[in-house]
Design a protein around this ligand. Structure first.
Ligand code: ADP
Ligand code: MG
Length: 339
């Protein structure tokens, strides 16, 4: 006879972890978002073996107060919201209280953290969701999170990871998105001990674009700026001449959050249509500031999707700002020569 039983907390956490933690890049995303939420102005990310065996994120943010460290690793434990109503006005990147519990359920984690108000820092070790060490240590203000051997206890998951090189590639493109969306933060990114990306934290967006995409792209950019009540958009768009064959050039951020949006994709592509051959995609780097109430980020655990309250306002803003910028520059449409 089949027997119904509630799963153990450890099993629940492992299952839930699958929604948040898909690969090393998702761990990096969650840890860096926490660092940003903690007010860090400098964040260092180091990975080894594509992040599968080693991910370390160090920040100079507010740290976790000593007595709250084990709490931070409990499922649905968060300092960012206290009630459902807060979901309508989210200003932080995190709010679900799932990342640390999920990551620690499927890896070997070590944390060193110190809040300015504490005299000593804390070292906390948690492996497969089991607490191993909790002790005082001397530490600077801020937090270091070390994640070793991702999916060591969920072999089925581990099998789905790609090669270390491919996984490192995912982390690297995410780091670029971070540098672009938060150019006021200094990022340092190391792969197998080698420095791969370094931003100063006081550069303007164009400098960051230059650092990532190089001179040929940066030379072909047009600045854009759009402002109506409750919505502002700024950034750069590329001239049609630097379009490429995939969408990796389309970067947009909603309130500092890197997202994918069919609506924005469509608005961008429609605006470029008169200037572009088929299957070519433009360069854009657009930062949207939208009133918290007008955008819902609580659509999916990874928060890569958003819903806009007023879709047509966002669509039109995007379409118009691109159309105006391109029209102002007397760009000669690229005409397809094939009949
Ligand atoms: P969420 O980010 O959704 O709140 P997490 O599981 O990612 O959930 O983190 C749980 C809590 O741990 C956070 O709400 C925050 O208080 C604390 N925390 C996590 N990382 C850091 C960090 N780098 N610096 C300071 N506090 C942190
Ligand atoms: Mg978080």
């Amino acid at each position: 006879m089949r027997k119904i039983a509630v799963l153990s907390q450890n099993t629940i956490d492992k299952i839930a972890a699958g929604e948040v933690v898909e690969r090393p890049a998702s761990v990096v995303k969650e840890l860096v978002e926490n660092a940003i939420d903690a007010g860090a102005t400098a964040i260092t990310v180091e990975i080894k073996e594509g992040g599968i065996s080693f991910i370390r994120v160090t920040d100079n943010g507010g740290g976790i107060p000593k007595e709250q460290v084990p709490l931070a690793f409990l499922r649905h434990a968060t300092s960012k919201i206290t009630q459902a109503e807060d979901l309508l006005q989210i200003t932080s990147l995190g709010f679900r209280g799932e990342a640390l519990s999920s990551i620690s359920a499927v890896s070997q984690m070590e944390v060193i953290t110190k809040a300015p108000e504490d005299f000593m820092g804390v070292r906390y070790v948690i492996e497969g969701g089991q607490e191993k060490v909790l002790e005082d240590v001397g530490a600077p203000n801020g937090t270091t999170m070390l994640v070793r051997n991702l999916f060591f206890n969920t072999p089925a998951r581990k099998k789905f990871l790609k090669t270390a090189m491919t996984e490192a590639g995912y982390v690297s493109s995410y780091m670029e998105q971070l540098a672009l969306s938060h150019h006021n933060i200094s990022f340092k990114y190391m792969v197998n001990g080698q420095l791969r990306l370094h931003t100063s934290g006081n550069a303007n967006l164009k400098d960051v674009i230059y650092g990532i995409y190089g001179r040929d792209i940066t030379r072909e950019l047009l600045p854009v700026q759009y402002e109506v009540s409750g919505l502002s958009v700024s950034g750069f768009i590329g001239k049609p001449s630097i379009a490429r064959g995939n969408r990796n050039f389309e970067n947009y951020y909603i309130n500092g959050r890197y997202v994918k949006s069919k609506l924005l994709m469509k608005a961008i592509e429609e605006a470029y249509k008169p200037y572009m051959m088929q299957h070519k995609y433009p360069f854009v780097c657009l930062q949207y500031d939208i009133h918290g109430e007008d955008v819902d980020v609580n659509v999916h655990p990874t928060k890569m999707e958003v819903r806009f309250k007023n879709q047509s306002a966002i669509y039109n803003a995007t379409y118009d700002l691109i159309t105006d910028a391109l029209a102002g520059k007397e760009i000669i449409p690229e005409v397809s020569l094939t009949p």
